[in-house]
Design a protein around this ligand. Structure first.
Ligand SMILES: [Zn+2]
Length: 208
């Protein structure tokens, strides 16, 4: 399972036609995306999710809550911070082409991630059937919990062993970050690799 921060970063992708697709264009899309990523949220916040957040994710009769708008903005802001840090984590000069020219300033990105994570407080030990950890967070605000989960996930990812495997796909029409499975993997997917091989072949022929 990919981590929450990685999944948030991946909501900007290529649309398959040379453009960029944003999976978080509206509050509605962001809400749907968050519901799909409950396992990743629970991975950071613990399961079951805090009650307020659970309520936000499953609104009564599916109506979109007024907080959905605020949650959307916060999620997009956190994504900006995560992508700015990812751009810095990959080899120098090789960030995703989707937003390389409009990245959040490093200090702003660090502040966004740290302040969000701070809202979760610290972990403490609890005991149900088995011992488990819980955040000490006094925050019942679902938006603080969401942003906190993304922030915490980003910190864990960037300081963990997976950071060294983070790459931006260099294929012409791809803007994806991916985790390199082995040191020779160059492209995010076989389809990007195939497309690039065809492009190179074509360029060689037209050059010669
Ligand atoms: Zn790719």
């Amino acid at each position: 399972m990919t981590t929450l921060a990685f999944a948030v970063a991946a909501t900007i992708k290529h649309d398959g036609r040379g453009g960029i697709a944003d999976l978080l264009c509206t509050p509605d899309e962001a809400h749907g995306w968050l519901r799909e990523h409950e396992p990743q949220l629970a991975d950071v916040l613990g399961a079951p999710l805090p009650i307020e957040l659970g309520r936000f994710l499953r609104p009564f009769r599916e109506e979109i809550l007024p907080t959905a708008d605020e949650a959307w903005r916060e999620l997009v802001r956190m994504r900006g911070a995560v992508r700015a840090l990812f751009a810095r984590a990959v080899a120098p000069g090789a960030p995703s082409k989707a937003d390389a020219d409009r990245l959040m300033d490093l200090q702003d990105a660090l502040r966004a991630v740290n302040q969000a994570a701070d809202q979760l407080g610290t972990t403490y030990l609890d005991w149900a059937d088995e011992p488990y950890t819980r955040w000490s967070s006094p925050a019942e605000d679902p938006i603080a919990l969401l942003a906190g989960a993304v922030g915490r996930s980003a910190i864990d990812f960037l300081t963990g062993p997976d950071r060294r495997r983070l790459r931006a796909c260099p294929a012409a029409r791809c803007v994806k970050y991916f985790l390199q499975e082995d040191p020779r993997q160059q492209w995010c997917s076989p389809s990007c690799g195939n497309r690039e091989r065809v492009n190179r072949h074509y360029r060689k022929r037209t050059a010669g």
